[in-house]
Design a protein around this ligand. Sequence first.
Ligand SMILES: Nc1ncnc2c1ncn2[C@@H]1O[C@H](COP(=O)(O)OS(=O)(=O)O)[C@@H](OP(=O)(O)O)[C@H]1O
Ligand SMILES: Nc1ncnc2c1ncn2[C@@H]1O[C@H](COP(=O)(O)OP(=O)(O)O)[C@@H](O)[C@H]1O
Length: 618
Amino acid sequence: MIAYSEGEAKPQSVLSVLTCGSVDDGKSTLLGRLFLDTGAILPDQMRELSSGIAGDVIDVSRLFDGLEAEREQGITIDVSYRRFATPHRIFRLLDAPGHEQYTRNMATAASGASAALLLVDVRKGIGPQTIRHAAICDLFGVEELVLVVNKMDLVEWSEMPFRRLVSDFRTKFEGRIQFRSFSAIPVSALTGDNVVNASLRMPWWRGRSLLSHLEQVAPAAGRAEQAFRMPVQLVEKLSGSRHYLGTVGSGTVRTGEVVNLLPSGRQVAIKTVSGPNGPIDKATSGDAIVLELEDELDLQRGDVITSIERPATCARAIRARIVWFGEAPLIPERIYFLRIGTQLSTGAITRINHRIDLASGERVAARSLSQNEIADCDVTTASEIVFDSFRNNPTLGSFIIIDRATYDTVGAGVIDGQLSRAGNLFSPDFGIDKNKRAILKAHSPAVVWLTGLSGSGKSTIANEVEKLLWAANCHTILLDGDNLRQGLNRDLSFTDADRVENIRRIGEVSKLMLDAGLIVICSFISPFGAERRMVRELVDDNEFIEVFVKTPLDICIERDPKGLYARALAGQIESFTGLTSAYEEPTQPDLVLDTVANDAVSLANTIVGELKRRGIVA
Ligand SMILES: Nc1ncnc2c1ncn2[C@@H]1O[C@H](COP(=O)(O)OS(=O)(=O)O)[C@@H](OP(=O)(O)O)[C@H]1O
Ligand SMILES: Nc1ncnc2c1ncn2[C@@H]1O[C@H](COP(=O)(O)OP(=O)(O)O)[C@@H](O)[C@H]1O
């Protein structure tokens, strides 16, 4: 075994190996053991370690525990510690922390790994963490999963506990996980048995040691052999011509080749390909390049340049498997940012087809997803996205989900394919539109959106607004929580997920009525900023007036016009807004109404005043 360092002659094949499982299951010890027994640990580290010798057993975990501590302090670990080589292969170890909240890092690491070592303590068996990690490895295309059954020394090297654990794992994943290859190896990372060197203490084991198994793993199909994909990162105009900058995600591109531009679908020849040192004949996956095209086309960041033989797909609806990292749950129909390569779109998870239960590995129904949960979902985007199925080409096959308010990455997904309904919808261009309809009326259309706690005064004020507008010959409609929830939305409860769906439907109804030329007055608690923003974005800028009916909770409780607070406080109503369910106050409403200092009619006049100021009402 040789230690590998930059500059030496390099053995050819590199295998990226993800190590996962919990720290207690012996991950640090296993990594330490791999490095020690392959001779990859540097002499000064070895000296430091020797103080950990107890009898003839070296505490190899100390090397990696040290690194773990560095990471916790935010110190970047020198990756060279994590590279080692044998005469057959270079290994690049990607470590994923064992704690639950690090699922996000684990997903990132998994997307770059060909093989994964999933560590389990033979005495503890398969826990939710083991299942979660296996499911994430599967999700992100890790082809080779090795279940490393550790601490065999603590079960007297016996075969039965090992076999029991492996069969339990297989039962949980039968038919659900599609690793190209799965194997299980009994080891003791502490003593080194079966890690690098074959164990003499488990004569019943006829398989290879972990390292020799990893040396045999077939390397994953390289990205260089896949179809050409280059997401455009930047467009620059240099000496009069446009230059397109990006990194080749997969495949190869050559000067003179005709390529496909997506989503436009136009084809064009490549004039020049340039690398860091000037023009080159061809570039391949991983190369950062600059392209010049024969025709000046209006390509922008987020567009994708692909091969013409095997272009990517363009659609607005896809099926994807998603792992959720967000502290707040994923709610279907809520709008998030989706980033695929350099493309940024808004979109929603329109349906959760099923969730993977991490205790049993089974598919179960779900209305929302909590942190660390994994599910198969339908996703719809606002604009057309350019993608591949992850199986065919990971470059455009995965995406991340970003919260629109906090910009946190709240989830990641891999794409399984296009949804069939996606391709066949068009936006009809009817001759008579809302502006023409408005000509017949004494006003322009608008949505007046009143939001606030129950009992804050939304309905009372909305009613006064409608009376004033009717008197001014305006055509109006008043939509209210109480009436919509008895008809169109009678299937919806007051869970967060149902409130999101409630507002989505009302938003769509409001838009239709707006198109009919009406002034739509909406009175809904609409407790979440994300959905109020969604409705605002459905209509034109000047058409949406967000009115925050700002009445303190104690006043609403005092008013209690329907007796609901009394019942909620007595525990008879679940998830009651302001008490047991959240209300997110608007951060930038168009109007804030103080119902303590002003009466309902004067507040209604304030709203009508705003409609006049905007030129909606004469
Ligand atoms: N648990 C719970 N929480 C809040 N409100 C409740 C609840 N249960 C019933 N109600 C009655 O439903 C009305 C609110 O419906 P909305 O459609 O406006 O609610 S939401 O926007 O989906 O949150 C609300 O009407 P308003 O009092 O006019 O706001 C209540 O009458
Ligand atoms: N300035 C005010 N504006 C609106 N309502 C008020 C005001 N002052 C007192 N109220 C009373 O508060 C209650 C508000 O109830 P409602 O309009 O049904 O609220 P919401 O629709 O927000 O649940 C009514 O009983 C109303 O008479």
